[in-house]
Design a protein around this ligand. Structure first.
Ligand SMILES: NC(=O)C1=CN([C@@H]2O[C@H](COP(=O)(O)OP(=O)(O)OC[C@H]3O[C@@H](n4cnc5c(N)ncnc54)[C@H](O)[C@@H]3O)[C@@H](O)[C@H]2O)C=CC1
Ligand SMILES: O=C(O)[C@@H]1CCC=N1
Length: 271
């Protein structure tokens, strides 16, 4: 079977993660089109992948079987206008936070729209992307989307588009929450007398080990936490301090704030 022509509108971080995965999986370079107006980013795409990105949309987009929307939500309307004459035939795949599928339908004239919410571990093939398909999307289209995202990690389909705002808040933004936690652990280690490198090594190995254990164990995170926590011991002291500070509630408020912002982006930049 011939490989589909995939066009990326925006060639930044997320697009690059997906392009890298596609090329590694054997997708032909000449079957990729990228529109990227920022010259330094075009230079980076050339250096990283040997890709010659377009500075602006042109009629070559009409050859695309799938169009990947990877600009910031704020720039979607501006980016879509020059593409619209060429792209109605293609399956649309958007990774933009918040922008609703209805907005994509209106802006492109295409009926087949899938929204994806990936995360940055996609860069090392360990991401997870939430996916939502409009009813017009066929089973074959869904398989194609899964194939395109497979090199970046796992996928999870949701039935309701509104759930993508929650996916955005949980796993889309989620890596930043863990980096924040690691930063705080490292700062505490340094304050208590370790070197920055020692604190970094301990915090990162602990984070990676805990995540791997939680994934591989049949037990819940709550049970695994209890296993670490001896009554009257050190972990108990730390968790009691976190509880007194309302850390769990603060995390829940933070995730809800991200979900709320995803909904606002949909309202602000919807057609
Ligand atoms: N970074 C992240 O963790 C995640 C980002 N996303 C979504 O992915 C999208 C892209 O995010 P990033 O890749 O992080 O941003 P980015 O800023 O790295 O990439 C966006 C690219 O679009 C280009 N661009 C600007 N105007 C354009 C136009 N008119 N036509 C074509 N390209 C244009 C920019 O020059 C830039 O290179 C956003 O909508 C974001 O919500 C989704 C999941 C995770
Ligand atoms: O912060 C953002 O808006 C994007 C969406 C998910 C991760 N980054």
């Amino acid at each position: 079977m011939t490989q589909p022509v995939i066009a990326f509108i925006g060639g930044g971080n997320m697009a690059s993660a997906i392009i890298g995965g596609l090329l590694k999986a054997g997708h032909p370079l000449e079957q990729l089109i990228v529109v990227e107006p920022y010259e330094p980013q075009r230079a980076k795409l050339a250096a990283d992948f040997g890709l010659k990105a377009l500075e602006a949309a042109d009629s070559s987009l009409a050859s695309a079987d799938l169009l990947m929307w990877a600009v910031k939500p704020q720039l979607f309307a501006e980016a879509a206008a020059p593409c619209a004459p060429y792209v109605a035939r293609a399956l649309q795949l958007s990774v933009m936070a918040g922008i609703r599928s209805e907005t994509l339908v209106r802006a492109t004239g295409a009926a087949r729209v899938v929204r994806a919410m990936p995360n940055t571990p996609a860069l090392i093939g360990q991401g997870i992307a939430g996916l939502y398909a409009r009813p017009e999307v066929s089973a074959a289209d869904k398989v194609l989307v899964e194939q395109i995202l497979a090199p970046t990690g796992d996928v999870l389909w949701v039935e309701r588009e509104t759930d993508l705002d929650t996916v955005t808040a949980l796993s889309g933004s989620g890596p930043a929450y863990f980096f924040y936690f690691i930063e705080a652990m490292m700062a505490a280690g340094v304050e208590l007398g370790l070197s920055a490198e020692q604190a970094r090594q301990l915090a990162l190995a602990t984070c990676a080990g805990a995540a791997a254990l939680a994934q591989q164990s049949s037990e819940s995170p709550a049970t695994l936490r209890e296993r670490v926590t001896s009554k009257g011991g050190t972990t108990y002291a730390a968790l009691s301090s976190m509880q007194a500070d309302g850390v769990a509630e603060a995390i829940q408020r933070a995730v809800k704030a991200a979900g709320q912002r995803a909904r606002e982006l949909g309202d602000e930049f919807g057609a």
